[in-house]
Design a protein around this ligand. Structure first.
Ligand code: NAI
Length: 388
């Protein structure tokens, strides 16, 4: 059971984001101060997306490319972190002619960046030597790294770019008032970003201006979205907000992505009780890779339209029986989870969990890895040569 964390007080305040003359100037926000048991969490209660904006919500290419690129001309970009996202975004930007340096502590990632020809600095030095900073280290470590190594080294008029809305939305990171804050959040794993780029293709990305200090945040946002390769053919940038990105990202994880894991467990338990073999079940559920094919068909053809690739029996079974899981109770649960994301309940719980040594997290892992299905999976994957 996840322990419920008590709210002590709920204070409401308000704050308008500085937007100068950008098209985002109607982006008003309120900040809710929620003082929870130990750690205060501030939440930006701005609209989910900027529906009142005059410009297009979806961008597939930049018409007046030069106008946008001028905003980053001659600027050095420090990519902080050379992991999943950092490596791919840094390589893509360099190939697009941008001056990129890397900020990374001494570790294997740093060695890779050096091997791949980048100038690598300690994080504070990289920030000092740049005008645009990409925050591409794990979300959990960002607040501490930001406050110790980044905040005081950001130049006036520089920009910080996040790939996830989480830390800025929950105000776990407070960016100095003299810096533009941008969100360029790929909907693509790091490897895919590089792979697609090399094939001349783009990828989906959610973008937003969190704060426009210079009055050039919009131009920088689009130039950088283009620089990482998102707007190559097939790619799309979706106007969003830190709030919307955080909600959608977490809601995916909390609902279907998590549910599918536990649903497979229940399926396994029922099918083995009825005498089915573990190997057949695991291959049926996910071991065969059919799931990935279905996901690809959803992407190419549509959620329900891809059903036509299945037999009529399968189609009827999915349509008539699958529907029973989509009941009002489940909808209310999804809604509860969404509200717990928006009001900071989940973020608060996760912060406490990290600060208390990840006890619950480790227990959940342990509980799941001790399930008999795991041993059967290991045997099967060993036999198939997937693990040694
Ligand atoms: P990652 O886990 O691959 O980051 C590894 C890098 O972080 C390495 O360079 C490592 O040296 C550095 N690092 C780790 N701990 C550090 C510490 N304590 N201090 C300084 N540097 C440290 O990170 P990933 O997955 O690329 O995520 C980066 C950002 O991109 C996050 O905000 C994440 O939410 C976002 N994002 C990630 C996606 C993905 O495909 N993994 C997809 C979309 C967004």
């Amino acid at each position: 059971m996840i322990a419920p964390y008590e709210f002590k007080t709920l204070l409401l305040g308000s704050n308008n984001l500085r937007c100068n003359n950008s098209p985002a100037s109607d982006f008003k926000s309120e900040v809710v101060h929620i003082h929870l048991t130990d750690y205060p969490i501030r939440i930006n209660t701005s609209e989910l997306y900027l529906s009142s904006m005059s410009f297009e919500r979806l961008i597939t290419k930049l018409d007046d490319k030069e106008r946008y690129w001028r905003s980053i001309e001659g600027k050095t970009i420090a990519v902080i972190g050379y992991g999943n996202q950092g490596r791919s975004q840094a390589l893509n930007m360099r190939d697009n002619g941008v001056n990129v340096i890397i900020g990374n502590p001494p570790d294997e990632y740093r060695k890779t960046a050096e091997k791949e020809g980048f100038r690598v600095y300690e994080i504070d030095e990289a920030v000092k030597n740049s005008e645009i900073v990409f925050m591409l280290i794990p979300d959990e470590v960002q607040p501490e790294v930001f406050s110790h190594k980044i905040a005081d080294n950001l130049k006036q008029g520089s920009a910080i770019v996040f790939a996830s809305g989480y830390n800025y939305f929950y105000d776990l990171i407070t960016v100095p008032s003299y810096v533009d804050v941008l969100l360029v959040a790929p909907r693509m794993i790091g490897f895919g970003i590089r792979d697609l780029f090399l094939k001349g293709k783009g990828f989906p990305v959610l973008i937003a201006v969190g704060k426009d200090y210079t009055g050039q945040a919009e131009e920088k946002l689009l130039a950088l979205t283009d620089a990482i390769g998102a707007l190559k053919p097939g790619g799309v940038a979706v106007r969003s907000s830190f709030k919307e990105e955080t909600l959608l990202d977490l809601l995916t994880e909390h609902t279907w992505a998590g549910a599918i894991l536990y649903m497979f467990r229940l399926y396994y338990e029922v099918a083995t009780e009825l005498g089915a073999s573990p190997e057949a079940i695991i291959l049926e559920l996910y071991g065969s890779g059919e799931l990935a094919e279905i996901a690809e068909s959803m992407k190419q053809q549509g959620l329900f339209k891809q059903l036509k690739n299945h037999s009529h029996t399968s189609q009827y079974g999915q349509l008539s029986r699958g529907r029973l899981f989509a009941n009002e109770k489940v909808k209310q649960l999804i809604k509860k989870m969404a509200l717990e994301i928006l009001d900071g309940t989940f973020a608060k719980e996760w912060t406490l969990e990290q600060k208390s040594g990840l006890i619950h997290y480790k227990n959940l892992y342990k509980m799941n890895l001790e399930h008999p299905m795991e041993r059967e999976e290991e045997k099967l994957y060993r036999l198939l040569g997937r693990i040694k």
